[in-house]
Write a protein that binds this ligand. Structure first.
Ligand code: NAP
Length: 294
């Protein structure tokens, strides 16, 4: 069997085109554009690049963005003051705190301070708590896990009643995606660094979400034939044949997995583009919510 390759870029482009239409209609109706406020503290080049990409994506769909670029020595008080100012700014509908924050900053205290209505990253402990509770719904869900769920839908996966294995239990990907799968009635197993015999666990999975940051870790021979495989991993590996001397690979060994899976995503071009599309979608939703409730 050769898997159908799910093109995350194409799905994300379609969603972004819809958001651009929604943002234009919103501006016509209200007289102002949806607004995103980004907070970046420190000099991590990857974080700076992510914030640039997110702001560019905002611009492309008609969402206004402002960035607060703070140095690596910023204090807790300074970062919190910026978040409070964004909470109070009526032109800002969504707040993005780029993680990780510098080590002297208490991340949880900062995330807890973001107004629930502006929590477009979905990382506020109340939104995460609501995600985990039966019969409750968070205002926003985190971008990368939401992107995985949309890709499962695009794959035509039957999530209800499926055995799903999530590799990774981080606050930003593994844990929230596991909670979303439970809400969608999958039977979920979460694999982490202490899990024994991972190939045996994966063998039972109709759905595999790989988010461990280990290049090409999941082998095709582990997979149940026909499984839907969503590869979140984004790992930089040396490659002298590549122009830059490196390239990105996922947590799944694509070349062997593609022969066994039913549907599979690629790295790059799978989950990555969905993450930004979901952030834009959450920001649009926050603006619409604000306009509806005043
Ligand atoms: P993280 O915070 O480092 O968490 C890694 C998780 O994987 C942990 O739960 C860890 O277990 C588990 N793990 C690590 N090595 C393992 C092993 N050998 N066997 C089993 N479990 C193992 O990573 P993250 O932030 O969730 O990111 C995961 C990957 O997704 C990375 O490659 C990252 O670049 C990528 N990512 C992509 C996007 C995107 O938009 N495409 C967004 C976010 C992240 P313990 O809990 O036991 O330590």
């Amino acid at each position: 069997m050769t898997a159908r390759i799910l093109d995350g870029q194409a799905v994300a482009d379609r969603i972004r085109a819809q958001i651009a239409q929604d943002a234009a209609a919103f501006k016509t109706k209200t007289g102002y554009a949806p607004g995103l406020g980004a907070v970046l503290a420190g000099d991590n080049p990857a974080s700076a690049q992510y914030v640039r990409m997110k702001r560019k994506a905002c611009e492309q769909v008609g969402i206004t963005s402002v960035a607060h670029l703070m140095n690596a020595n910023s204090t807790q008080q300074e970062v919190e003051a910026v978040v409070k100012a964004l909470n109070d700014d009526p032109a800002i509908h969504g707040i993005l705190v780029q993680l990780p924050l510098p080590p002297q900053i208490n991340e949880e205290r900062v995330l807890r301070l973001v107004s629930l209505e502006k929590d477009v990253d979905g990382f506020h402990p109340i939104n995460i708590g609501l995600l985990g509770m039966k019969g409750r719904e968070p205002l926003f869900t985190p971008a990368t896990p939401t992107g995985c769920m949309v890709l499962l839908q695009e794959a035509g996966a039957q999530v209800n009643g499926a055995n799903a294995v999530v590799l990774g239990r981080s606050n930003i990907v593994g844990l929230p995606v596991a909670l979303m799968l439970i809400k969608a009635n999958a039977t979920v197993t979460v694999v982490h660094s202490k899990t024994k015999d991972i190939p045996r666990v994966v063998a039972d999975a109709d759905i595999v979400i790989a988010a461990i940051g280990q290049p090409r870790f999941v082998k095709g021979s582990w997979l149940k034939p026909g499984a839907v495989v969503i590869d979140v991993g984004t790992n930089r590996i040396d490659d002298p044949t590549a122009e830059k001397g490196y390239r990105y690979v996922g947590d799944v060994e694509f070349e062997t997995a593609v022969d066994v899976a039913g549907v599979i995503t690629r790295v790059p071009g799978g989950v990555g583009p969905m993450t930004i599309a979901m952030l834009l979608q959450n920001t649009m939703k926050a603006a619409q919510r604000r306009a509806a409730f005043g």
